[in-house]
Design a protein around this ligand. Structure first.
Ligand SMILES: O=P(O)(O)OC[C@H]1O[C@](O)(COP(=O)(O)O)[C@@H](O)[C@@H]1O
Ligand SMILES: [Mn+2]
Length: 635
C-alpha cells in the first residue's frame, strides 16, 4: 500500500476523482474485496478463429460448440451416466436449441420425464462452467427474466434437512407446469455457450469466397466480448465502403467469381444489374469466360492501373500489365516470357489510353460507388469492423495479426517511407492502422488508395504478396500465377526472429506467441499450424470450402484457457440440417501447444493487471480517508 507521504498533488487529485465512485470507506473496501476475489479466479477461455471467408454455417457451428469445449465438459460430467448418443443429443440441443426441440417435438420425444432430466443436465453443465466466474458475472450473463431462478438453481447447496432440494424440485416442477421449458432451455443453452468462452478473437478475413459474411457480421455484433484483426479481404470491403473505386472493383470481382451475388444485392442492396446489362451487350461468350467477369476485370485493371500511376511510392509499376497486351497476336510479354492470352475480347480498351474507363464504365463505377456509400447495413458492419478491429493487437502476452510484418531478406524490419518519414516494425503497423481509419473518416483519395494497397501490396501487413490477378485470369501457364511472398513468411519459421518481433511489440514473456492466419496450412502437404518451435501459431486452416481440398481440413481454431493453449483441427462440416438429423458435430483433433507452468489466474492477465492497479489505488483512497486527506461523503 502507498504511504500518504508519497501521494503527489496529482495523485491526490486522481484519488479525489476516484472518491466520487467510492464515496465512503465502506464502499471502498467492499470494492477492494470484490476485485481481489476476481483476480484470484482462473483466467477465462479465449477462443481464436481466422479466415472465416463468408462460411457462415461452419463459423456458426464452431462458435456454438466453442471449438469442442462444451463436448469436453459434457464428457467430463456425463461419461459414466449417459450413453454417447444421449450426450450427442444433449450437445445438439445446446448448439441448436430451437431446431432440436422442434425436431424432438415432431418425433413425440418430449415428455415431462425428458423435460426434468434435460433441465437437470443443463443445470449441471452451467454450474460446472460457472465455477470460473464470480457469481455476479454469471448473473449478468443470464437473460434478465430468468436471472433469479437460474441463479437459485445453479448455486444450489445441500443443507441438513434437504429443504433446498425440495425447493429446487418445486421450481423445476413449476417451470414445466407453466409450459416455459422451451424458454428455459434457450436461456440455459445460451448461458452455457456464453460461459464456455469468455473472449473471442477473429484474426481476419471474414469476407469473400463463401457467400454470407454479412450474416457472420450480424452474429459477431451480438457477441459479448470480441476483437478483430483486419484481414486483407476485410480491408478491401472497408475501402470499398469508404468509396475507393479500386476496392469496389475488387470486391465485385471476388464475389462475381464465386457467384456470391446475394451478399451484394440482397445483403447490402447493391444492384449489379447495370453492370450485368453492360456486360451482356459489350462482351462475347466465345472464349468461355463469363461476360460479367470480363466486364469487371477490365474495369478493375483500369482502376488499379490509375492507382499505381498515381503512387510511384508503391513501387508497383511492374503490375501495369493492361497496356502490355498484344491483342493482334493474342499474347502478352511478362518477365522475359511471351504467353498466349485466354481472351482477346477487350472492346473497351483504347490502345493509346488503356487505363481510362470508357464513358459507360465510368457511369457504372459512379453508380456502384454511390450504392456502396449509401448501403446502411454495410455502413453498420464496417463501423463495427472499425470499432472492434485493428491492424494488430497485443492480448495476454500474445501478438495477433492477420498476415505479416514486412521484413528484409536479412531478417531485419523493412523500412517503409511515406511523405519523407520512415516506418518499420510496430511503427509501420501503427501507420497502416492510422491510414485505414483516416480512409473511413476523411475519405481522401490518398488514404482510399492506400486501402487498395493494403489489400494487395507486397509490403502490406495484411497481404505481403505480389497478387497476380491478371495472370490468374488471362494466362493459362500456371508458372505465371505464383505470388512471391515477403521474406516475413520465411523468417516466421525462425524462433529468434519471432522473439524479436514479439519484443518489438513489448511482449517479453517466454510464453508469448504470434498468432495469425492468411496462409492456408496445407496439412496434406505436411504443413503444421505450429511454427518456429511453437512461437507462431497460424490458424488459417480454411473454413473456406474452396480451399479445403488443398488444406485437407476444415479449419483450425485455438483455445487458450487457464491451463494452456490447444489447437483444434476441424473436419469438414456439411450443414445444420445434417447436424440435426445425425447429431454430427464437426469432429476435431486437439493438439496441446503449451501447458502453462502454473494455472493462469485473472491476476496474470492484461485485465487482471489493470484490476491489481485499481486495488492499489483503492487502498490508497482508503488510506486517504483514514488520514483525513479526503473526506468521506456520507449522505
Ligand atoms: O488472403 P487470401 O485469402 O489468401 O486472399 C488473397 C489471395 O486471393 C487471390 O486473389 C486468389 O483468390 P481466389 O483463390 O479466390 O481466386 C490471390 O491472388 C491472393 O493472393
Ligand atoms: Mn488473407
Amino acid at each position: 500500500m502507498k504511504n500518504e507521504e508519497e501521494f503527489s498533488a496529482e495523485y491526490l487529485k486522481y484519488l479525489e476523482l476516484l472518491s466520487q465512485s467510492f464515496p465512503t470507506q465502506q464502499a471502498t473496501f467492499t470494492e477492494i474485496i470484490n476485485l481481489q476475489a476476481i483476480v484470484n479466479l482462473p483466467k477465462g477461455t479465449e477462443h481464436f478463429m481466422s479466415d472465416l471467408h463468408g462460411e457462415y454455417e461452419a463459423f456458426y457451428h464452431i462458435l456454438n460448440n466453442c471449438s469442442g469445449v462444451i463436448r469436453e465438459k459434457v464428457e467430463t460430467i456425463f461419461a459414466n451416466s449417459m450413453t454417447t448418443e444421449e450426450q450427442d443429443d444433449l450437445l445438439t440441443l445446446i448448439y441448436y436449441p430451437k431446431e432440436k426441440l422442434d425436431l424432438l417435438n415432431r418425433k413425440h420425444k418430449v415428455n415431462d420425464t425428458w423435460r426434468i432430466q434435460t433441465l437437470h443436465h443443463l443445470l449441471r453443465l452451467a454450474k460446472l462452467l460457472s465455477s470460473k466466474y464470480t457469481r455476479s458475472k454469471v448473473r449478468k450473463s443470464m437473460p434478465e427474466e430468468f436471472r433469479f431462478v437460474i441463479d437459485e438453481l445453479i448455486h444450489a447447496q445441500s443443507d441438513e434437512d434437504n429443504n433446498r432440494h425440495v425447493y429446487h424440485t418445486k421450481i423445476l416442477d413449476t417451470i414445466i407446469e407453466t409450459g416455459s421449458t422451451r424458454e428455459f432451455i434457450y436461456a440455459l443453452a445460451a448461458l452455457i455457450k456464453r460461459l464456455a468462452v469468455d473472449h473471442l478473437h477473429i484474426i481476419g478475413d471474414i469476407y469473400d469466397r463463401g457467400g454470407h459474411a454479412d450474416k457472420i457480421m450480424d452474429n459477431l455484433m451480438q457477441h459479448h466480448s470480441l476483437d478483430i484483426q483486419w484481414g486483407n479481404h476485410d480491408i478491401l470491403w472497408m475501402g470499398a465502403a469508404a468509396g475507393s473505386d479500386a476496392c469496389i472493383a475488387n470486391v465485385l470481382r471476388n464475389n462475381i467469381r464465386y457467384n456470391n451475388l446475394e451478399i451484394l444485392e440482397s445483403g447490402y442492396g447493391i444492384s449489379l444489374r447495370p453492370l450485368a446489362l453492360f456486360a451482356r451487350d459489350t462482351y462475347t461468350k466465345e472464349d468461355n469466360i463469363d461476360p460479367l467477369v470480363k466486364a469487371i476485370n477490365v474495369i478493375l485493371f483500369k482502376l488499379e492501373g490509375q492507382t499505381i500511376i498515381r503512387h510511384p511510392e508503391y513501387n508497383m509499376d511492374d503490375r501495369l500489365l493492361f497496356h502490355k497486351m498484344n491483342l493482334k497476336e493474342g499474347t502478352i510479354a511478362i518477365d522475359g516470357g511471351t504467353y498466349p492470352l485466354k481472351s482477346i475480347d477487350f472492346p473497351t480498351r483504347n490502345p493509346i489510353d488503356p487505363y481510362t474507363l470508357s464513358p459507360e464504365e465510368h457511369q457504372i463505377v459512379i453508380d456502384l460507388r454511390t450504392a456502396f456509400l449509401e448501403s446502411e447495413r454495410l455502413a453498420r458492419h464496417m463501423s463495427f469492423l472499425y470499432s472492434h478491429g485493428s491492424m494488430y493487437r497485443c492480448f495476454n502476452g500474445n501478438l495477433l495479426f492477420h498476415g505479416g510484418i514486412p521484413i528484409n531478406e536479412d531478417g531485419t524490419f523493412r523500412e517503409m517511407f511515406y511523405n519523407g518519414r520512415s516506418y518499420k516494425g510496430k511503427t509501420f503497423m501503427d501507420y497502416a492502422d492510422r491510414i485505414a481509419r483516416k480512409a473511413y473518416e476523411q475519405r481522401d483519395q490518398d488514404s482510399l488508395d492506400y486501402m487498395w494497397y493494403l489489400w494487395c501490396g507486397d509490403k502490406s501487413p495484411v497481404s505481403g504478396r505480389v497478387v497476380k490477378t491478371f495472370e490468374r485470369t488471362y494466362i493459362e501457364d500456371k508458372r505465371t500465377w505464383e505470388e512471391p511472398q515477403d521474406p516475413y513468411y520465411t523468417w516466421e519459421k525462425d524462433p529468434d526472429t519471432c522473439v524479436r518481433i514479439l519484443h518489438e511489440f513489448g511482449i517479453d514473456s517466454p510464453q508469448g506467441h504470434i498468432i495469425n492466419g492468411h496462409t492456408p496450412v496445407k496439412v496434406v502437404q505436411g504443413e503444421s499450424p505450429i511454427r518456429a518451435g511453437g512461437k507462431v501459431l497460424c490458424i488459417d486452416g480454411g473454413f473456406c470450402r474452396a480451399y479445403q481440398s488443398s488444406t485437407g481440413i476444415a479449419g483450425y481454431t485455438l483455445i487458450f484457457n487457464s491451463h494452456g493453449m490447444r489447437i483444434k483441427a476441424h473436419y469438414p462440416f456439411k450443414d445444420v440440417h445434417q447436424v440435426l438429423m445425425t447429431n454430427a458435430d464437426i469432429g476435431s483433433d486437439s493438439t496441446q501447444v503449451e501447458m502453462e507452468p502454473q494455472r493462469v489466474m485473472i491476476g496474470d492477465t492484461d485485465n487482471g493487471k489493470k484490476i491489481l492497479t485499481m486495488i492499489e489505488d483503492l487502498k490508497a483512497l482508503l488510506c486517504a480517508y483514514r488520514n483525513g486527506l479526503i473526506l468521506e461523503r456520507k449522505v
